[in-house]
Design a protein around this ligand. Sequence first.
Ligand SMILES: *Cc1c(COP(=O)(O)O)cnc(C)c1O
Length: 393
Amino acid sequence: MDTKKAGFNSKLIHAGGFKDTKGSAVTPIYQTSTFSFESADHGAACFAGESDGYIYTRLGNPNIEELEKTVAELENGFGGIATSSGMAAVNVCYLGLLSAGDHMVSHNAVYGPSRSIMESLYPRFKVESTYVDATNIDNVLNAIRPNTKVLYIETPANPTIGITDLKAMAKIAKEHNLKLVVDNTFCSPYLQKPLDLGADIVLHSMTKFINGHADIVAGMVVTKTEEDYKLLKPIMMNIGCNMDPHQAWLTRRGLKTLAIRIERAQESAIKVADYLESHPKVEWVLYPGLKSHPQYELGKEQMSGPGAMISFEVKGGLKSGKIVMNSVKMALLAVSLGGIETLIQHPASMTHSKLSDEKQLEGGITKGLIRLSIGIEDVEDIITDLDQALAQI
Ligand SMILES: *Cc1c(COP(=O)(O)O)cnc(C)c1O
């Protein structure tokens, strides 16, 4: 079936379709490192790109290709480049778009390793960067220099849930001849389509919503143009940060239920956010679906729903945060997000505990900040779990 004109849910099930000769409903796993050619001429044609035959799994494999085609179609892009992890996708973009002497502007609350590798490794190759609060457009404009080549944005950001105006970023990128790269992990293409809003490149940690089952680590880059695809694809191939066929197969399976998983988790997240906002032991709640969110209107404009990620501040700081962590019975104390199970995280005592108070505050980490990734369990159970944990404070 040609899914180009099909709806989102039909694309989730049928896009990237690979028909095997036995008619199996699900693509078999092509667990092979290499592919044999029919003849010397066929081999030559494969290497010359004149045949769509496969050569070697690092360069391409039916399972990986099916997933790449599907995610590219969901994001309305030209092509997808699957990678071993989300961080591999980030690095394929950095390596492909930045050279010695170039500069990148980015949001100060992007995923930690995306920033730390740019600030610790890339300066060795004379690549510079400036991190600003990109939810304020003027900060971005002021950070641009003559050698700026890339604008790298993540929205909503983690764990501050700050929303950056993607249309405004695309306008700035166009005016200053920059590539706009958007990490769309938090939303997935179901809730936000950055390429439609003017971005050049979208990337994902497919570890999160796209796979959605907390059983693999994987990444994806989707480009809007053939030119950018041809620039970035060989970097993945030659660096060797490819997926493996089984990982691609699992991700393609998980992706089929993306819409129903997000709808369910989001419906619960709206209820959980309301519950938390009215709780006497909660200082504030940050969730794009609450009218109290500072960018509520912008969120409604560029996202098709508020998603499943909630941050909230408990009264009583570090001590209270730890009590909640130690008291929940169903939510798992874990990093990552976007899976079917509810996860709870307290940055001040977990992910960011090694950072100074000053650095924590710079990243929007307050002592009582708790982040929830709402899963697809019964919402009554999620709320009951939080309720008994908050009662321990
Ligand atoms: C998890 C994550 C990454 C990194 O992905 P991995 O699959 O863990 O390598 C990048 N960006 C965001 C927003 C993430 O949440």
